[in-house]
Ligand binder design. Structure first.
Ligand code: NAD
Length: 355
């Protein structure tokens, strides 16, 4: 029996991973207690996505458990033991702003929850590949001190800077910077995952995401940028742009392209390795540019306002350099850019969001 355990399985990345790996594994065990609804309210519930997975994938089994529950996690891992070949850990509290509201919950979900998953894997299935979705927020606000140039619709890094061609690589320090509490709890988890690779020799991999996106995101104001933006474009709901003149740039990677990275890593793991995982120069946009693309797709003007208050911990310019991953796994490439992704989010959700 070949089994994959996926935490956060009803979320954006978890559900894409279920779809991708259900064809390759005998059984997929999904763990998700819909805590996203507790974090962000009814509109962010991932229950619809869980239902869809259960209907579409016969070998998918859902457990509505909390990853922090050591006893239940132990029982679950014990049940499947060395049949577990892959663990993809995506369950998290994913928002900067929310973390400051309840630091205990943020830290216990992101840091303690990750430690629990690592320990269960070490105890019951130490040969399994363990993949962790970290974040570019582990670099804190260090990117905001890069030499940036203001262009008409975006901030851009100075053309003579080494990051200009490909973006920011993994050598940027994660120390002595303002992370936000969310960034700090993810740093703790990120370093733990590396350590289980380097210290215990487990097949762990850290993927530091830029903006992760796709049609199955339950986007809300506090999390799920492109999904929430397109939702407002379709419904006509108001959207607030926070700071930096709306010219802040982020790179956007489709959930499929990220999960495809996981597959390459699963097939040839490199213990304790860390990768920046984003849309890179291939797929990125500023807020203003994203709004323009949404308006083009829907054919009508969005209802937006601007406030000077930027979000604490927000990056002004972030483009991931994915060259290290490409060097290690030359068969992988990005397949969807921002316009492709927004079009897909629109087409897939138009009916559901128009109701
Ligand atoms: N979406 C992004 O832009 C982005 C960017 C960088 C990193 N990440 C990271 O990628 C991962 C996946 O992000 P996503 O966008 O798919 O998030 P998501 O919120 O869509 O999915 C996470 C899922 O985990 C579940 N969950 C949360 N706490 C849980 C707990 N204690 N026990 C069981 N289930 C729990 C939630 O209900 C949710 O369905 C997260 O670790 C996030 O920090 C996301």
């Amino acid at each position: 029996m070949k089994i994959a355990i996926i935490t956060g399985s009803a979320g954006l990345i978890g559900s894409e991973a279920v779809k991708f790996f259900s064809r390759k594994f005998d059984k997929i065990i999904g763990i998700d207690n819909n805590m996203r609804q507790e974090f962000f309210g009814e509109n962010a519930s991932t229950a619809w996505n869980r239902k869809r997975l259960e209907e579409e994938h016969a070998n998918y089994q859902h457990y509505a458990l909390d990853i922090r529950d050591e006893k239940l996690m132990d029982q679950l891992f014990q049940q499947y033991n060395s049949d577990i070949k892959l663990v993809i850990h995506t369950a998290a509290q994913p928002s900067h702003d929310w973390a400051a509201k309840d630091p205990f919950k943020d830290f216990t979900v992101n840091a303690n929850g990750t430690l629990t998953m690592l320990e269960m894997t070490r105890r019951h299935s130490p040969e399994a590949v363990f993949i962790f979705t970290s974040t570019n927020k582990v670099y804190g606000d260090t990117p905001n001190y890069l030499p940036l140039v203001e262009m008409e619709t975006r901030w851009e890094i100075a053309a003579d800077h080494p990051y200009y061609e490909r973006g920011i690589d993994e050598s940027m320090s994660i120390d002595q910077t303002k992370h936000s509490l969310f960034g700090a709890s993810k740093v703790a988890a990120d370093v733990l995952v590396q350590e289980y690779g380097k210290y215990f020799g487990m097949k762990t991999g850290v993927f530091r995401g830029g903006c992760l996106t796709g049609p199955n995101h339950s986007g809300t104001q506090l999390h799920g940028f492109l999904s929430y933006l397109m939702k407002c474009a379709i419904t006509g709901d108001h959207y607030t742009v926070f700071g930096y003149k709306g010219k802040q740039v982020r790179d956007n990677i489709h959930a499929y392209d990220l999960v495809n990275m996981f597959d390459h890593f699963y097939n040839a793991p490199r213990p304790g390795e860390v990768y920046n995982a984003g849309g890179s120069r291939y797929s990125n946009c500023s807020m203003l540019e994203a709004i323009q693309i949404c308006e083009k797709i829907t054919g009508r003007k969005m209802n937006t306002t601007y406030t000077d208050d930027n979000r604490v911990g927000d990056h002004i310019w972030w483009i991931s350099d994915v060259a290290k991953f490409k060097r290690h796994f030359p068969g992988w490439k990005l397949t969807k850019n921002v316009t492709d992704i927004l079009t897909e989010i629109h087409d897939y959700n138009q009916i559901r969001w128009s109701k």
